[in-house]
Design a protein. Structure first.
Length: 261
């Protein structure tokens, strides 16, 4: 059973989507140009894309690259962000590098990475890795920095080592902030995935989209945009459900028995 508020929110989301599709349909009929198909034409092209084995293989290849790049970024960025949050020396060492790379669009690095690694999967996954890393590092850093010193002092007095304090105190306390960074990184992973595939065009959802644009198959172009948008919505919704379960302990009224044994 879902709550009344959640039900109203879902209905509102559906109505907004229907409204946007209606505006799209009317605008396309008014403009009446080949480069802007109607919403119905784009939606009709979706089953043919998903039903084509080669197109489906390309989309799955994109998701595989995204999963590897995202997973590697999370595995590296969370420990680094936590260490930066608890050690001024580590933060001082990495901050200048992060400040230099943060404003650079990661897709702009794709040509350089292609010179080093070619146009294969490794180059695309590296771009995804770079796009995801910075928000995860930043939020992990902020989460670790906000941990109360009294909690760490108490844990140290109970005999926990520095590594144990990081795992059993800092990581759980920073987890809500960390997951916020991961959620942002998930969106950026999807964006950098599509962008990298449009630049290094061998396979993937971005390759389908750009090839359709080259051939003037505008219904396929807009259908791919719908598919990518649906992928983003689905991944974000799944991640949000996982996040709610992982940090349910932070809800008021939920008590966790403290034990350092």
């Amino acid at each position: 059973m879902i709550s009344r508020r959640a039900f109203i929110s879902r209905v509102a989301s559906v109505l907004v989507c229907v409204g946007l599709l209606g505006i799209w349909e009317v605008a396309a009929l008014i403009l009446n140009t080949d480069s802007f198909p109607t919403a119905l034409e784009a939606i009709r092209a979706v089953p043919s894309i998903l039903g084509d084995k080669e197109s489906l293989f390309n989309i799955l290849a994109s998701l595989r690259r995204m999963a590897i790049g995202f997973g590697a970024a999370v595995a590296v960025s969370i420990p680094l962000g936590l260490m930066m949050g608890r050690s001024s020396g580590v933060a001082s060492f990495f901050n200048p590098l992060l400040m230099v790379t943060y404003p650079v669009p990661k897709a702009a690095l794709m040509p350089i990475i292609m010179l080093w690694l070619g146009v294969g999967d490794t180059a695309k996954m590296l771009v995804i890795f770079l796009g995801v890393s910075l928000p995860v590092i930043y939020h992990s850093f902020q989460g670790a920095k906000a941990v109360e010193e009294k909690m760490l002092w108490s844990a140290a007095a109970m005999g926990l080592s520095a590594a144990q304090r990081m795992i059993r105190i800092v990581l759980p306390a920073a987890l809500p902030e960390i997951l916020t960074g991961c959620r942002t990184g998930l969106v950026l992973a999807l964006i950098t995935m599509i962008t990298s595939e449009m630049i290094a065009r061998q396979s993937g959802a971005g390759n389908i989209l750009f090839n359709a644009l080259d051939m003037g198959q505008y219904d396929t172009v807009y259908a791919m945009i719908i598919i990518v948008g649906a992928m983003g919505i689905g991944l974000d919704a799944a991640f949000e459900r996982m996040r709610a379960r992982l940090v349910r302990w932070s809800d008021p009224g939920f008590e966790i028995p403290l034990s350092f044994s």
